[in-house]
Design a protein around this ligand. Structure first.
Ligand code: HEM
Ligand code: SF4
Ligand code: SF4
Length: 526
């Protein structure tokens, strides 16, 4: 049931995302940057909020009047700021909700990701608390409705000895001091939210907290246009001596208010508590058996720190050496943080298939797919290939099922992440004549399941990141295809054209002689 829901949800997201990719490419696809967009909206809310705060007056009549002044008299700036504040807040809720749904459908909330998920839960409630408080400050008829309904709901709590609702009995009972408290809360809650957002991304290396420039410019332009053509306005001024019968609700923040009218306060508390509890325990439902994590082999670790730099989840730390080898540091893996992605293995300089003098044991390795196994698989698969356009496809398990690409001239090797492949393997395949070309494929660009795998792979091939692919390796014999789980047709087409290009280029030569795996001195072992 859970799996079926996730599969359907995932398909829906993939379908919509593919549409966005077709229109403007991955760099402008908002679905790949929902967390970053949420940050962006938060900054817009903060800047516009600071401006509004300069003119805002606390007090039962002053509050409404100061907001009206901004909206009407100062429409060209104050009004635009108010609208930006409102619409960015609405968009903030949308991106957060989509962010939660997407992480859930893709299954990116379990195992090592529990921390990001669980620290996200309070952010959701803080966002609603901040937004509802904002509507309250305007002190129009909507604010009056929210104030009374919320107060009655909060008063259900047994530890509140002084009922809040008493403040809203009539016009005279509403004090200016209560208003000052509200405006203080409207600043304090977002500050807690910011602290929570900071904690939320602490376990990630290079978290994407800023959207791409094109998306940022597009988003702020859209918000500005909306602010000019549909400025945010207030409803009738609040009057506690009158009852409020009809209000226009904001469906982003106040969507559950109709429930507060229909259900008892206790039932709503039970619902909020139940949803929170469910969200918090979700990463462990159902319980799972963890995958083996990366293991350091001290004898082969020279303390270079590349695994530390490349691990997307901060699972590797560098500590002072504990053995007698002449290096200052050694890598240590924190198994609680490790995603079993193997990216650290791809970054380790000792993980080279050319190594023949000693057994191929790198400084860091994955027990479930050792680097020596990848070399053996490569050599064995290559031996069965025929033709002059032979290709070895290395694919990530989160992309398409690469077995469907297999054929007489194509061998496939599946990896946890494409960046788990040290670039020296590409060199090895081409220089040793195991195939005419290497085809690397995996997640959709901009949406790597392990966050940084595609970036690291591209930078290593371009020679911008260690371990870099040697300059000597002919780049025209290396192809990459970031097609994602639904991009099989594209992947197949690109592989076909890559093989045609290899045929055209002719056999791989060194010093004029054709390189063939059977010519190499160590062809038996690889
Ligand atoms: C204020 C609201 C939020 C903001 C600003 C935010 C922002 C972010 C950012 C910037 C990332 C890192 C993305 C990356 O670099 O790959 C992230 C990841 C994540 N967020 Fe949020 N988030 C928010 C709310 C939530 C909520 C409510 C949940 C779930 C209950 C959640 C669950 C996650 C998870 C599971 C990840 C990890 C993704 C990964 O490891 O690939 N977030 N978030
Ligand atoms: S397997 Fe991935 S998460 Fe674990 S230490 Fe290596 S790079 Fe980090
Ligand atoms: S990349 Fe390899 S050699 Fe360098 S610190 Fe990590 S495990 Fe050790």
């Amino acid at each position: 049931m859970l799996e079926r829901t996730q599969r359907s949800g995932r398909r829906l997201f993939e379908w919509v995302e593919a549409g966005f990719n077709r229109i403007g490419g991955h760099r402008w696809n908002p679905f790949y940057q929902l967390g970053a967009l949420s940050f962006f909206f938060f900054w817009i809310i903060t800047v516009s909020g600071l401006y509004l705060y300069i003119f805002f007056r606390t007090g039962t009549t002053a509050a409404y009047e100061s907001v009206e002044y901004l909206t009407i008299d100062q429409w060209y700036l104050g009004g635009v700021m108010r609208s930006l504040h409102r619409y960015a807040s609405d968009a903030f809720v949308v991106t957060i909700v989509l962010h939660i749904l997407r992480e859930f459908f893709i299954g990116r909330y379990r195992y090592f990701r529990w921390f990001s998920w669980v620290t996200g839960v309070p952010l959701l409630w803080l966002t609603f608390a901040a937004g509802i408080g904002g509507y309250w400050l305007v002190w129009d008829s909507l604010a009056q409705y929210i104030a009374i309904t919320t107060a009655e709901w909060l008063d259900w709590l047994p530890f509140l000895t002084d009922p809040i609702a008493r403040n809203f009995l009539n016009q005279a009972s509403m004090s200016d001091r209560f208003f000052s408290l509200l405006s203080f809360l409207h600043i304090a809650i977002p500050l807690f939210l910011l602290l929570g957002m900071w904690i939320h991304i602490q376990r990630m290396t290079l978290p994407r907290s800023n959207p791409t420039r094109i998306l940022a410019v597009g988003t702020i332009s859209a918000l500005l246009v909306l602010s000019f053509i549909l400025p945010a306005t207030s409803q009738e001024p609040a009057n506690l001596d009158n009852l409020v019968f009809t209000v226009n609700l904001d469906w982003f923040y106040l969507n559950f208010y109709p429930l507060l009218d229909k259900w008892s306060a206790g039932s709503i508390w039970a619902l909020v508590f139940g949803v929170t509890l469910l969200l918090v325990v979700m990463p462990w439902l159902p319980p799972h058996k963890p995958e083996p994590v990366a293991v350091v082999d001290l004898e082969n670790c020279n303390g270079c720190g590349r695994c530390f730099d490349d691990c997307p989840f901060g699972a590797v730390d560098m500590f002072p050496r504990t053995d007698n080898l002449p290096f200052s540091h050694e890598a240590v893996v924190d198994s609680a943080l490790c995603a079993s992605c193997g990216i650290c293995v791809g970054s380790c300089p000792t993980a080279t298939p050319f190594r023949r003098a000693t057994a191929l044991v790198p400084g860091i390795d994955m027990p479930q797919l050792k680097i020596a196994d990848i070399r053996d698989k490569t050599v064995q698969a290559a031996e069965k290939l025929t033709g002059h356009d032979r290709v070895i496809v290395y694919g990530c398990r989160n992309g398409t099922d690469i077995n469907r690409l297999q054929g007489s001239g194509v061998a496939v090797i599946s990896l946890p992440c494409i960046s788990a492949l040290p670039p020296s393997f590409i060199d090895f395949v081409i220089a040793r004549g195991h195939a005419e070309g290497v085809f690397l494929t995996g997640c959709q660009q901009g949406d790597c399941y392990y966050r940084l795998g595609i970036d690291w792979t591209e930078q290593r091939i371009a020679g911008l990141r260690d371990p870099a692919l040697r300059k000597k390796v002919p780049r025209e014999r290396v192809a990459t295809c970031w097609s994602g789980p639904v991009g099989f047709a594209r992947q197949k087409a690109e592989l076909v054209s890559f093989r045609a290009q290899l045929l055209e280029m002719g056999p791989n030569r060194r010093n004029g002689a054709i390189i063939n795996k059977t010519d190499t001195p160590d062809s038996k072992g690889g």
